[in-house]
Design a protein around this ligand. Structure first.
Ligand code: ADP
Length: 638
């Protein structure tokens, strides 16, 4: 019995004893090794045709013996190879190992990409029987992964290697027996090794055709061998990409769009990316794991490599295949890998360029994508202090009040006179915004307004400051608009202000038509921002509210002659009307004030139930108030 080298032993300890979450990768590692051995033999066969063979990998299970065997007819190993390759862990690895104390087991195992040793996560014993190319003798290497290993002569009729994994007993929630099941093995091969260039075969149990109990076995190939991303467009079946997407990313719906790219340069890579039909159910939660699957020459290295896509494009799924990264590179090391950063930058550019192309050439599709993932793109424009705002601003779509469809800032700005502002209105939904009183003025003067329905929209506008020199302007911003003359109405405005108190400043406006009042904000904090900040727990942030009054409106004109009581109730009702229009909750005093005003109106009817009164109450609701109406209501209030 030979002992493992000191550091190797330490690492093996970790492998055997850690509850490594991703145990199943042992099969990927063994298949990858087999594939490498086949590569070597195939390469030799180019110059020595006697080495040619029907290259392949085979999986065999023996339920009684609890063994899973991975066999290949690759280059094989002799006694010395077994000793050198399987007795130690690569020297460079051991160096790194010394430096990396203090890491968790999982980090360490991940870091070394333990390859062959990962089989000890599931095995109580591993036996390797191998015969090397050009040799007649075969050897057996055997180990329980703890005490050491033994090498002895063995028999093997053909060149190649068998790795016989004797599974640990089940128990304690561990189900090692699953690796004896056809279904699990098939699934694992599909998941990790589908694109291995050699056929991975397995004797699969099939029910006999005659319906009897006897089983028949059939040798089936489990992997598809050619990566779809390596196929030419002309070789791809119509739905092959869709099927690939559905299978790999567990989505029963076809993707909205696929993007493929092949780059040769400082780093070579091929990428195949998909925009799903809609965000996955957990997309906007912290549970969502973004990332593209990373492959190295057709072998999956990492399932969701987050470093490959920026957070705001986290909805994009797909794969990246590069020959330039080592198969056993760990997540930790990867994060700081310059090549990976280069790939990620290239992919981000590619995706944005593709979106831009769609925006120009397939608007319908882009709108679909934006409807599903616009929030994420907007977040990208705002995030990181707007670091990406310039590359994303032309990909944003907003509903236009005038056009009743989604348009870009650019399309909006094209309609503007020089120095005219980009007008926007904030609200929860397009429907609610379209009913905002403030829109009336803009509509009458033929100005378009963009609907900002996401909380982040106004923050983006503030960050951009202007689009092509056109400043962004909230139509509910009381600071910017021109003030109509309040001549002759100063007293009235003052009276409203006194009644309203500190709730809001009172100012005249000419942007309203059919509404008597609306709410606006002055200064840096808009109403929308105040709401967002408060939702985020920032209670200190307050918008400076302005109650804008339409002096032309009959309701306001009516107020000139009201008694204090009726006047105060009317101010309360009007202020609450403005709150409602902006989507706020009403004040507690609102209903009392409203009821008082309503009962006043009803008592008018009750005292004089005549034809004239009915006629007059009609007048009261019409737009033109008459002197009689005013006196009448005043009289009733008393
Ligand atoms: P890695 O594959 O990263 O080098 P492993 O621990 O998985 O590390 O394997 C160590 C070495 O053992 C391989 O480099 C290879 O030389 C040899 N080896 C493993 N499996 C096989 C196999 N099926 N056929 C031939 N050689 C193998």
């Amino acid at each position: 019995m030979k002992e493992f080298k000191a550091q190797s032993k330490k690492l093996l300890d970790l492998v055997v004893n850690s509850i490594y979450v991703n145990r199943e990768i042992f099969l990927r590692e063994l298949i990858s090794n087999a594939s490498d051995a086949l590569d070597k033999r195939r390469f030799m066969s180019l110059t020595d045709s006697s080495l040619d063979a029907d290259f392949g990998i085979e999986l065999k299970t023996d339920k009684a013996a609890r063994t899973l065997t991975v066999s290949d007819n690759g280059v094989g190993m002799n006694e010395k190879d077994l000793e050198d390759n399987l007795g130690v862990i690569a020297a460079s690895g051991t160096e790194a190992f010394k430096k990396e104390q203090g890491k968790t087991d999982e980090q360490l195992i991940g870091q070394f990409g333990v390859g062959f040793y990962s089989s000890f996560m599931v095995a109580e014993k591993v036996t390797v029987i191998s015969r090397k190319v050009g040799e007649t003798k075969a050897y057996k290497w055997e180990s329980n992964g703890v005490d050491g290993y033994e090498i002895s002569p063995a028999d093997r009729a053909e060149i190649g290697t068998d790795i016989i994994v004797k599974l640990k007993p089940d128990g304690d929630g561990d189900n090692y027996s699953e690796y004896l099941g056809d279904y699990t093995l098939k699934t694992l091969v599909k998941k990790y090794s589908d694109y291995i260039r050699y056929p991975i075969r397995m004797l699969e149990e099939k029910k006999a055709d005659n319906g009897g109990d006897a089983s028949v076995y059939e040798l089936t190939v489990l992997n598809s061998m050619t990566p779809v991303w390596k196929k030419k467009k002309s070789e791809l079946g119509e739905t092959e990409l869709d099927e690939f997407y559905k299978h790999n990313f567990r989505d029963y719906r076809a993707p909205l769009h696929n993007i493929s790219t092949r780059v040769e340069g400082a780093v070579d890579y091929t990428a195949l990316m998909f925009v799903p039909s809609e965000p996955s159910y957990d997309y906007y939660t912290k549970d969502y794991k973004r990332g593209l699957s990373l492959y190295c020459n057709g072998v999956m290295v990492m399932e969701k490599c987050a470093e490959l896509v920026p957070e705001y494009l986290g909805f994009v799924r797909g794969i990246v295949d590069t020959p330039d990264l080592a198969l056993n590179i760990s997540r930790e090391t990867l994060q700081h890998d310059r090549r990976l950063v280069a790939i990620a930058n290239g992919l981000e550019k590619k995706i944005l360029a593709e979106f831009d192309k769609l925006l120009k050439n397939d608007r319908e599709k882009y709108e679909k994508i934006f409807t599903q993932f616009g929030k994420a793109i907007k977040f990208g424009a705002y995030d990181n202090f707007g670091a990406n705002k310039d590359k994303l601003k032309d990909l944003l779509l907003y509903r236009s009040d005038a056009d009743k469809k989604l348009i870009t800032f650019k399309e909006y700005a094209e309609k503007l006179d020089k120095d005219a502002p980009v007008l926007y209105a904030c609200g929860e939904t397009a429907e609610k915004i379209s009913m905002l009183p403030q829109l009336e003025g803009a509509r009458e003067s033929g100005k378009d307004v963009l609907y900002f329905t996401d909380p982040v929209d106004e923050f983006i506008a503030r960050m951009l400051e202007n689009y092509d020199g056109h400043k962004f302007e909230n139509i509910a911003d009381g600071t910017k608009e021109s003030k109509p003359s309040a001549e002759g109405h100063e007293k009235l405005l003052e009276r409203i202000q006194n009644s309203l108190g500190k709730k809001a400043k009172v100012a005249a406006t000419d942007k309203l038509k059919s509404y008597p009042v609306c709410l606006a904000a002055k200064g840096d904090v808009s109403l929308e921002m105040e709401r967002i900040m408060q939702a985020m727990g920032g209670n200190g942030v307050k918008a400076e509210r302005v109650l804008q009054v339409n002096l032309e409106h009959p309701v306001i004109a009516n107020m000139e002659t009201m008694t204090d009581d009726a006047f105060n109730d009317t101010v309360t009702v009007l202020y609450n009307e403005a709150l409602i229009a902006e989507g706020y909750k009403t004040e507690p005093e609102f209903l009392t004030a409203l009821n008082k005003l309503l009962s006043g109106a009803r008592s008018a009817k009750q005292t004089k139930p005549t034809a004239t009164a009915a006629k007059k109450s009609c007048h009261a609701t019409s737009k033109k108030p008459t002197a009689t109406d005013k006196t009448k209501s005043n009289g009733d209030e008393k």
